[in-house]
Design a protein around this ligand. Structure first.
Ligand code: X8Z
Ligand code: ZN
Length: 605
């Protein structure tokens, strides 16, 4: 049986969109109401109201203009009003006995937005407007390299950063995009003041503390947890950095890449230097041996956006998960429309009607986008699995779980799988082919880890005042150098706002989830491969076609946020801890290879 459910909580957190509730349908609180009854009522209200919130945000994201901006801001404002009132109302149950489920639901209610508004109506309106305007600025920004000439959108500029090997052209594209974020700076500063005020009204010291309270442990324990995980993976990152820097140094010369210093951020094949697969061609350990870069096969076979999504769907259905509903195909936005501005950053949505799940993405026929669409369907199947839960539990076990599902599936896109779906001609399990593939995967996942960690580290310090507005940019680059070992290609100063050049900052999407996901996906994959009866190294496992693994996955997804994530993780993996051992084991062959390459090099920066 499928019941009506609410989508906006997860959709808003994932898509970074505002959320909304129509306060007119709220019923008067009954003084005699028990906590369980109160939670039931809140869930009912959310179920009613979620459709409108998600619809306003969907239209805003797929049709950006002044009108949709106004509608989305109004929706966010109404939701914020409802949340302030309802969370305050929930205060009457403080210190009362109640079921564990109700206590959990009330906690999740408080956390149901990443940008809590102050109770004051004028400031609430101002926050809703800024929170709509900032991502709007990001999504519509374009760089005009020559006065009077053509202007380029982010996707076009990203293509230059991925494909050009000319440092001057790369620096121009990098700077062109980053400079566009400067006007966000005063707005972001005000956003922080307002959202911090909202967090304080909910009982938090600042917004960062509220974000860190989402993980079934204290905010301080969560911070320590992210540090512990980073310490586990840091040595592997340093080895990868060392080899990449040396290779780039050989390619560009020591005048461009200083041998013992940080790597200039424009040379790594990605606008944010967050994944480095754009320069895989320079780094392929054994050129001429099989690679898992299938760009040319996708293009030669004329893959359309729909066919790419069908391919991803085929993976999930091979594990016994359901086909995507018809409305998915009717309502998703899979390609960039020519006639209007849209938010191209990929996201998965659940709107308010039964089975109404969607993708919004500007797909192109590339390996990177193929992997992103398999990732996005991980979110979509999560939504489908939890749609019968009470609305407040319709979320991931924690937000890193939501991100890790599709990432784990990405790990199953082995050469054997790509061969099976016709994107690789032959498959080889030779040592050379293994190292090539591991390099590709490491440029995706290992390269990402410090970036995944530092974004929220910057925001936590901005929110609690350790980074003052006058130091936004210098503190950003201090973290990027410390964690990633990268530097800006051109001098930057406090007239710039480089954090704003990354989607999740103006969109206010918390980012620790991705860091956690890149650790968790290896734990998930190990458990799913065990279930599938895989025998052999983890990097050779694909759970394609395994109904047993599918059942385990679906059972994990179906729990949603109804219980502490530790319980859910234990049910799937047998352990209650996030642990980087699985990613380290996975990359052991590459780690050994890198150690050989780096022998005699001085690593670190
Ligand atoms: O934003 C995303 C997904 C949507 S949930 C495409 N990711 C992060 C990013 O692009 O910065 C996936 C990996 C990290
Ligand atoms: Zn995602």
């Amino acid at each position: 049986m499928i019941t009506k459910r609410l989508a906006w909580i997860a959709a808003a957190l994932l898509a970074g969109c505002g959320v909304d509730v129509d306060s007119s349908i709220t019923v008067d609180a009954d003084e005699a109401e028990t906590p369980d009854e109160f939670v039931e009522r809140v869930n009912r209200e959310l179920e009613e109201l979620g459709t409108e919130v998600a619809a306003a945000n969907w239209v805003r994201a797929t049709y950006i203009n002044a009108d949709t901006g106004l509608l989305a801001a109004r929706a966010a404002e109404r939701y914020a009003e409802w949340l302030s009132r309802t969370a305050a109302d929930a205060g009457r149950f403080d210190n009362q006995d109640m079921s564990a489920a109700s206590a959990r639901a009330l906690h999740l209610l408080k956390l149901s937005t990443p940008e809590p508004a102050p109770g004051d109506a004028a400031r609430r309106k101002e926050l809703a407007e800024i929170a709509t305007e900032l991502p709007g600025m990001y999504n519509t920004a374009s760089w005009c390299p020559e006065e009077g000439g053509d202007c380029l959108h982010l996707q076009q500029i990203e293509k230059i950063v991925a494909e050009s090997r000319d440092p001057a052209e790369l620096a121009a594209a990098w700077t062109g995009w980053h400079d566009l974020a400067a006007p966000m700076r005063p707005k972001y500063r005000r956003f922080v003041e307002l959202a911090n005020a909202g967090a304080r009204e909910l009982g938090y010291g600042d917004l960062g503390e509220m974000w860190r309270d989402h993980y079934d442990m204290s905010p301080a324990a969560f911070e320590a947890e992210t540090n512990r995980l980073w310490d586990q993976v840091k040595p592997l990152y340093e080895q990868l950095h060392c080899h990449v820097r040396a290779t780039l140094g050989d390619f560009h010369g020591e005048g461009v890449v200083t041998p013992a210093g940080p790597i200039p951020a424009h040379l790594l094949g990605n606008m944010w230097a967050q994944t480095w697969t754009g320069i895989y061609d320079l780094l392929e350990p054994y050129p001429g041996t099989q690679s898992v870069d299938v760009d040319s096969a996708l293009q030669a076979q004329g893959y359309t956006p729909e066919r790419m999504v069908r391919s991803a769907e085929g993976f999930y259905t091979s594990m016994g998960l359901p086909e995507l509903p018809g409305s998915f195909w009717e309502r998703s936005l899979l390609a960039k429309p020519a006639d209007r501005e849209v938010q191209c950053h990929a996201s998965a949505w659940q709107i308010g009607w039964d089975d109404d799940v969607r993708i919004k993405m500007c797909l192109r026929a590339s390996t990177a986008d193929l992997r992103v669409i398999y990732h996005e369907l991980g979110h979509v199947y999560y939504y489908l699995a939890i749609q019968d839960l009470p609305p407040l539990f319709q979320a991931g076990a924690h937000d890193g779980f939501h991100e890790a599902v599709g990432d784990a599936v990405n790990m199953s896109m082995t050469p054997a799988y790509l061969h099976r779906i016709g994107l690789l001609e032959g498959t080889s399990e030779s040592y050379e082919a293994t190292i090539n593939r591991q390099m590709y995967e490491a440029l995706t996942a290992v390269a990402f880890l410090p970036f995944g960690k530092l974004i929220d580290e910057w925001r936590w310090a901005v929110f609690d005042g350790r980074i003052a507005p006058e130091n936004y940019n210098s503190a950003w680059w201090e973290l990027r150098e410390r964690y990633q070992g990268v530097v800006a290609p051109v001098p930057r100063d406090e007239g710039d706002f480089d954090p704003g050049a990354k989607y999740h900052v103006p969109a206010n999407t918390p980012y620790s989830r991705y860091f956690l996901a890149f650790i968790l996906q290896y734990q998930f994959q190990r458990a799913l491969c065990d279930a599938a009866g895989h025998d052999g190294p983890l990097h050779e496992c694909s759970v394609y076609g395994s109904a047993t693994a599918g059942e385990r996955l679906w059972s994990m997804l179906s729990k949603g946020a109804s219980q502490p994530w530790q319980d859910t993780l234990e049910e799937l993996t047998g352990t209650r801890e996030m642990d980087a051992r699985a990613i380290l084991d996975y990359f052991q062959p590459l780690a050994d290879w890198l150690a050989g390459q780096n022998a005699g090099r001085s690593c670190g920066w």
